[in-house]
Structures are given as C-alpha cells and as structure tokens.
Write a protein that binds this ligand. Sequence first.
Ligand code: ADP
Length: 202
Amino acid sequence: MTYVVGLTGGIGSGKSATTAQFETLGITVIDADIVARQVVMPGTPCLKAIAEHFGPQILSQEGQLDRKALRQKVFSNPEEKNWLNELLHPAIRQEILTQLEQAQSPYAILSAPLLLENGLEQYCQRVIVVDVPETTQIERTVQRDDSPRTEVEAIMAAQLSREKRLEKADDVLHNDGSLEMLQKQVNDLHQRYLAATVAQEK
Ligand code: ADP
C-alpha cells in the first residue's frame, strides 16, 4: 500500500509551491483539483451523465465540458448542485484512490485545498498543513490571480479557519518566509517520510 501524505492549506498558502518542491525530489503528487478536471474529460462516464442531465448545450463544439455554463446551471440551484456533487464526489474519490495505488515513488502526496473539509485525510498516513497568516494569504492570492480582495475573502470564508486546520496537522510548513525557507522545510520532511516508509516496510 502506498504511504500517502496529505497536503492542504488555505487559498494562496503555498500548496503549489510546496508540491513543486516534492516533485523536484521525485515524489508523485496527486492534485485533487486536477483529478476533478480529469473525471469530466471527453469520453468519461461523468461527462456523459452531465450531458444527459443538462442537455448537449453544456458541451462546447469540441465536446468539452463548458464549465461556465455548468456553473450557471448550478449557481443558486441547490438541487442541481447536489445532483452534480453526488455524481462528481464519488468519481473524484475513486480516481484519487486509483492514482494513489499506481504511484511509484517511495510515498505519494495527495494535495487538496479541501482535504480536511471533504474527509480525504482518511486516506493519508500523515497530513501537512501549509500555514501563513491570513493577511499574507490574501496578499499573495490577489497578486497571483489579479482577483479582488473580496473574492479571495469569500473563498477563505468557505474553507476551514486557520486554527481548525492547524489542529488537524501532523506536520506544519511555515510559509511566511522566503521560497528557499519553504523548500528547506520540504526537504527536511522528505527525509522524515523516506525514513517512515522504510520503517513501514520492515
Ligand atoms: P496555493 O497553491 O496554496 O493556492 P501557491 O503555491 O499558488 O498557493 O502560492 C500563492 C502565491 O504566492 C503564488 O504566486 C506563489 O508563487 C507565491 N508564494 C508562495 N510561497 C511564497 C513564498 N514563500 N514567498 C513568496 N511568494 C510565495
């Protein structure tokens, strides 16, 4: 069984910066946001179900999911939103488990903004939380996405609070310093996880 390390943190905390470093170290990273797009690619059972439910106008001319059209359909329609979640959540979970099983590196990282909110930590031996003060989170996200501060705050309001997230952490990456300082902390954790996987095999 793959040794799985969960990785989470609020928007703009530095999850992508962290997974990039784990990938540099040769570790397989499974990103829940990427899986969420993979399960609705052309030819998937989920996309077929969505097209049947909402009609063919939910697809672009090339047969891709029109995400904007879908968002409009479920926005302010809780029933449709539930229908969609009940279709997608199990499919995403199953695909995550399949990809984790196939991982070839000594351990694998499962990165998800809503890892704890969605109960994905049950598949993880350990959970890393990337932590920054909320002000830093807002500043970095505004700069990265060029999106209004109020939009970032609304996303943060739908995520666990900093305190609640930290309570569930086995390991914390403090990302209020430089990128080099983050990378050094990742390298240290990497050594610990390698040692843990060797111990597990014995
Ligand atoms: P997340 O994936 O958690 O939303 P990112 O990894 O995209 O967060 O980081 C948010 C933004 O902040 C990105 O533009 C990233 O390059 C930048 N960033 C991340 N860590 C640092 C750091 N230690 N110092 C400066 N900028 C950082």
